[in-house]
Design a protein around this ligand. Structure first.
Ligand code: SF4
Length: 436
């Protein structure tokens, strides 16, 4: 069997290198073979936007420079039916939506210059796809396009370890299906592995200009990796992308599952890697967040001497949006700490935690965990933080009504501190997130 090719190219602030990466992996040749009337869909990773708080985008979002260069290449090769599709998280309170992300990243220029259609997958339409054990509603445009270009970020993920070509395709699902993927019985990796099989992109370009340690969100640590990793084969692209971040391919469950179903080897020796030698660009990244040994909270609780609270570690049943707010609650709790023990409280999240009792109040974050614990006799007083996901205002209100002095200003300062880590460093350049 012929080896699949993956190119690793240094970006080096030279846009020509993006084209070079596509040339070297055979992607450009594939584009040249398309007919002008073929429908092309680009799927970047624009998981969230934020119009209110400081938002360091490095390693979180696909850079605009990579998307722009690929659109240019498509247009130069006569393609006229180009779309970009994404479903960013929606939250009015922090100004997050796909449309706001497109605006903020300058995509309207791609619309006016090249006639690119900007699709908000949150609005549908969707087609139900039966995978046997489950059904998912997938954006019809992603299913029907003639050529799908998947442009994930070179980042780690707190549940699937990496978020690359496979994981990026989860953004083609409707809200209900995304929630289903964070399931009590079926691992998230299983859903993700099937998406790669069904949508099977013609080209995967991993944007590694920035990479993210302990991703996938803003609270991780971004590094400048300055790499473009491309392949016409999603499995090979993700295998190499994972190795660049220091993982063995077999450690990534969705790659193992995909390989097993399709009779593929996880041995990278079966991939023809061209360009930069893999060993010279590999950097081992952390993906997980540590928790206290007794699982009662993050290490910061221990460092600050915080007691009187039980905050078990999130699990993979928590949806991405609830996960974002989980971080917010932790920051609010840390900010409210005044040296006195918390009043014997616990917080449960996700879809399967079950209180074992021993606390005066049990905060149930989101509708799922409230449902799981609704008749739990171990709970003395249940405090529901309602919503799916709950809003920031609801979180702050419920905390304050129940003896935790939560102030959103703490979170605003925290977000500013995240952005400040990159200030004054030449390699972290915001212009990469703007269409020229
Ligand atoms: S409450 Fe949270 S975990 Fe439950 S379905 Fe809604 S977003 Fe997902």
């Amino acid at each position: 069997m012929q080896k699949q090719k993956v190119s690793i190219v240094k970006y080096g602030n030279d846009r020509e290198n993006i084209k070079k990466a596509l040339e070297m992996c055979g992607g450009l040749e594939k584009i040249k073979k398309l007919s002008p009337s073929d429908r092309v869909l680009i799927k970047p990773n624009l998981v969230m936007w934020d119009s209110v708080l400081a938002f360091p985008k490095y390693g979180v979002l696909t850079t605009s420079v990579v998307v722009e260069e690929i659109v240019k290449l498509l247009a130069e090769n006569g393609l006229t039916d180009i779309s970009i599709g994404e479903a960013s998280s929606e939250d009015k309170s922090r100004g997050s939506s796909t449309v706001l992300a497109y605006e903020g990243l300058g995509y309207h220029k791609l619309e006016s210059r090249y006639g690119v259609k900007l699709l908000d997958f949150n609005r549908g339409p969707f087609t139900e796809v039966d995978f046997g054990d489950f059904k998912l509603n997938i954006a019809a445009e992603a299913l029907e396009t003639n050529f799908l270009i998947d442009i994930p970020v070179l980042k780690t993920h707190n549940s699937t370890k990496v978020s690359l070509g496979f994981k990026n395709l989860k953004g083609c699902l409707d809200r209900k299906s995304k929630m289903l993927c964070h399931n009590v019985n079926i691992p998230l990796d299983n859903f993700v592995s099937h998406l790669g099989e069904r949508l099977n992109p013609g080209l995967t370009v991993i944007d590694g200009i920035f990479t993210m340690e302990r991703g996938p969100a803003v609270n991780g640590t971004a590094h400048r990796a300055d790499l473009i990793i491309s392949s016409t084969d999603i499995f090979s692209a993700d295998t190499v992308g994972s190795m660049v971040m220091g993982f063995e391919p077999g450690e990534i469950d969705h790659l193992s599952m995909f390989a097993q179903r399709n009779g593929l080897s996880l041995d990278a020796g079966n991939i023809d890697i061209v360009g930069e030698p893999l060993a010279s660009v590999t950097r081992k990244l952390r993906w997980d967040w540590e928790w206290k040994a007794d699982n009662s909270g993050p290490p910061a609780f221990e460092r600050m001497g915080i007691t009187g609270i039980n905050y078990p570690k999130y699990d993979e049943t928590i949806c991405s949006t609830c996960s974002f707010f989980n971080n917010l609650i932790l920051i609010l709790l840390l900010g409210s700490y005044d040296g006195k023990p918390f009043p014997n409280i616990e917080f449960l999240t996700g879809k399967k935690m079950f209180s074992e009792g021993g606390y005066d109040k049990t905060f149930l974050f989101g509708k799922c965990i409230a449902e799981v614990n609704k008749d739990n006799p171990n709970i003395k007083q249940a405090v529901k933080i309602k919503g799916c996901p709950p809003t920031m205002d609801e979180i702050v209100k419920v905390l304050n009504e129940n003896g935790v002095k939560a102030d959103l200003e703490t979170y605003r300062q925290y977000r500013q501190s995240l952005a400040d880590r990159y200030k004054g460093k030449d390699e972290f350049n915001d212009s990469l997130f703007t269409v020229s």
